[in-house]
Design a binder for this molecule. Structure first.
Ligand code: X2X
Length: 343
């Protein structure tokens, strides 16, 4: 028995070490970094963790993705995320189109004010030809789009008064992401936009430095208990905020075809799970998310299509200016897909 021991140790060492050496030889790293702009407890952060866990489990730990939340890989500056991803500082991202749209102009498609009427319209665009075209574009810029997740329709909240018509927004100080189209849209509506990173924004709400903000209800406003700062919400669906699960091209190439497939599948599943979570409670008959806001003392104004139209008309100049920035061809294709989705 004793004599057998060295043999056993050698055998166990071979079984454990040789496979990992083989992957090390293929250029696998001990840790892959995934960037997320928000904290781990929000559905967006949870989606990222889910993706990382699925990949780790299904590759038996060969691909170990660590989630870096709260914009920590870009020192808080969320609009720098694409740049650090392209450089490989972040191997993976679970990212908002908004934060990348400063660098990748066609992604402003999703920021066009009052362009997407509902989720059907969004799905028709992301899951169709336009989504594929955006994937090709990202690939050319160094990043592989694996799947779509979602932050949600962005809804207004403020501490001053109910907003039901554009005139109600006059002079209101609204925090937005540092992406130019948001400044244009808020200005067109008569508001006074202030751009701020998400990390600073929460402190600004607390201190009353701004009167309002816009973010998705289930994904952000409920988890951060926005009612602590703002009494009024307007459900106006002015902008949709899809999320993209991505990997740096060179990193993707470094994996075996089997592992690439595992990564793709995990992204699709995590994205789908995350989309379902953030859509819950926002579509009749289940309006429980809006009920949560009301139970916490908020006054919720839901705009119908006619009221939305007034806001859309007020932002027509923004649409006209930004169609050319996005690319007319892409906007036309998206418009066609949206129209078809409504029939
Ligand atoms: O900064 C925001 O408002 C947030 C968290 O929704 C985004 O990153 C787009």
């Amino acid at each position: 028995m004793l004599r057998r021991k060295p043999f056993l140790i050698i055998l166990i060492t071979m079984v454990l070490v040789i496979p990992s050496l083989a992957y090390a030889a293929k250029g696998y790293k001990n840790e892959y970094k995934l960037s997320v702009v928000v904290g781990p407890k929000l559905p967006w952060g949870e989606g990222a963790t889910k993706f990382a866990d699925l990949v780790r489990e299904r590759t038996q730990g060969r691909i170990n993705i660590k989630v870096y939340t709260s914009s920590s890989l870009m020192a808080g500056k969320q609009t720098n995320e694409f740049l650090i991803h392209r450089k490989g500082v972040a191997d993976f991202c679970f990212a908002s189109t908004i934060n990348w749209s400063t660098t990748i102009k066609p992604l402003n498609l999703f920021n066009l004010p009052f362009f997407f009427p509902d989720y059907k319209a969004l799905d028709a665009v992301t899951q169709g030809e336009v989504g594929q075209e955006l994937g090709v574009l990202l690939k050319e810029k160094g990043v592989t789009l694996l799947a779509w997740g979602e932050n949600g329709f962005r809804e207004l909240t403020n501490s001053k008064k109910p907003v039901a018509v554009p005139a109600d927004l006059e002079g209101m100080k609204i925090r937005v992401v540092g992406t130019p189209i948001f400044i244009d849209t808020m200005k067109a509506l008569g508001a006074n936009p202030v751009n701020m990173n998400w990390g600073d924004a929460q402190v600004a709400f607390q201190q009353g430095v701004v009167d309002g903000q816009e973010n998705p209800v289930v994904a952000i406003e409920i988890p951060v208990k926005i009612w602590q700062f703002h009494k009024y919400a307007t459900i106006w669906r002015y902008v949709i905020d899809p999320l993209m699960i991505t990997v740096n091209n060179n990193v993707m190439k470094s994996f075996t075809p089997e592992d690439q497939e595992i990564i793709r599948q995990a992204a699709i599943e995590a994205g789908q799970w995350q989309r379902e979570v953030v859509r819950k409670g926002l579509i009749a008959p289940d309006l429980s998310a809006l009920e949560t806001m009301k139970e916490n003392g908020m006054e919720v104004t839901v705009l119908d299509q006619a009221a939305r139209k007034q806001f859309r008309e007020k932002t027509a100049s923004v649409y006209d200016k930004w169609v050319d920035v996005v690319g007319k061809d892409l906007v036309d294709k998206a418009e066609k897909a949206i129209t078809a989705s409504q029939q």
